[in-house]
Design a binder for this molecule. Sequence first.
Ligand code: AMP
Length: 113
Amino acid sequence: MAEETVFSKILKGDIPCEEVYRDNECLAFRDVQPQAPVHILVIPQKSIPSLREAETKDKKLLGHLLLVASTIANKEGLDSWRTVINTGASAGQTVFHLHVHIIGGRSLSWPPG
Ligand code: AMP
């Protein structure tokens, strides 16, 4: 069975979140420690620890997460934004339930740290 994470607890309703979107496949909510004026996370309902564990059968779901991210960014009024998927601790992943960050509302430098 998949490990419980803060995000699986949010999905079950055991931890509250500031929800911005939900459907049968995903949930989006505001990051509790925003790194920009808009910082939203899109997570699958299905428990996948990281992009590393995603499989071919998740192809539609992965596409859905990106399209939902784009719809949300547009609804938030962003004309530029960054989508980030941290994979592995050295890349900054702290919650091992796949998630797409939507970060925007300020200018963002490149390359990232
Ligand atoms: P990552 O570092 O890519 O794994 O991203 C995890 C993100 O989850 C971080 O930006 C955290 O601020 C955010 N986070 C952790 N706990 C919560 C929570 N309870 N509600 C909303 N965001 C959270």
